[in-house]
Ligand binder design. Structure first.
Ligand SMILES: [Zn+2]
Length: 272
């Protein structure tokens, strides 16, 4: 072969690995960013060689790999087989994804090792019940998980399309476009409209006791900031705005504001 390939017979990947980029915004977490690109937390973690989730900051530019796995910089002497063995994946998957035609690889180039795992991931920090909130006076210990209202299923007729897990700290409830989205509990709307966080048209409700719910990817929003809503009151309609690949409501439950030390908890703990 000739052309783009080296004189020594080493073949390059057919095309350089293409990665998207994302600029971190207020309210983001690595989990939420990964979830909205349809990736696992680890894939972002490894692609960006991160070492501490607390160092994520607004304005930081993250590399977004095209699929889950590890972005690997080829070292001298590597072969597809040696890389496959190191990551416990099939060589054929590496060849196919990167459109390689031999196992002789140029050092320094990056390839994607789909579905591979990198170094161990950080465990989410265990939170104490001391998230302060101005709306609660900020003096007492709040964010208490002892406040545990039974919530209304927010999408009538909807079905779970993705459960809460480490890299998706939310519940995805799929339903036809236009299905009503309901407030899961009584509260006050603190955000309503478009958000540049991947959630598209979204509504956030404060339920007091430092408990919040958010409803994302909606087609339209039917409440406004400051409005008081009852449990079961419509807040919008199911859509697929923002980073969504199909109509669903990405439903989050927060204990504390997530940009202020709060964290996302499993919505099913409140819906059942
Ligand atoms: Zn989701």
């Amino acid at each position: 072969m000739s052309g783009p390939y080296g004189p020594d017979g080493q073949l390059r990947p057919a095309a350089p690995l293409v990665m998207a980029s994302y600029t971190v915004r207020q309210g983001d977490t690595l989990y939420s960013i990964a979830a909205h690109f349809g990736l696992q937390f680890g894939s972002l973690w490894w692609a960006n060689k991160l070492s501490d989730p607390r160092t994520l900051h607004v304005g930081q530019v993250l590399r977004i790999p095209p699929v889950d796995g590890v972005v690997y910089a080829i070292k001298a002497g590597d072969t597809v087989e040696s890389i496959a063995a190191a990551f416990h994946v099939a060589a054929a998957d590496i060849i196919e994804f990167n459109q390689l035609t031999t196992d002789a690889l140029p050092a320094g180039e990056e390839i994607m090792v789909p579905d591979a795992s990198g170094p161990p991931l950080p465990k989410p920090a265990v939170k104490s019940a001391s998230v302060s909130s101005p709306s609660n006076g900020g003096s007492s210990a709040v964010g208490s998980s002892s406040y545990h209202p039974r919530m209304v299923w927010p999408v009538p007729g909807g079905w779970i399309s993705q459960y809460y897990h480490a890299s998706h700290p939310a519940l995805d409830i799929a339903a036809p476009m236009g299905t009503r989205v309901l407030a899961a509990a009584a509260g006050t709307v603190i955000y309503a409209g478009w958000g540049n966080n991947g959630g598209g048209y979204q509504v956030w409700i404060s339920h007091g006791h430092d408990l919040y719910t958010t409803y994302n990817h909606m087609e339209l929003v039917s409440v406004h900031v400051g409005q008081t809503v009852a449990a079961g009151q419509q807040v919008g309609r199911v859509g697929m705005t923002g980073w969504a690949t199909g109509p669903h409501c990405h439903f989050e439950v927060w204990i504390g504001k997530v940009w202020n030390g709060g964290y996302r908890v499993n919505p099913l703990n409140y819906l059942r």
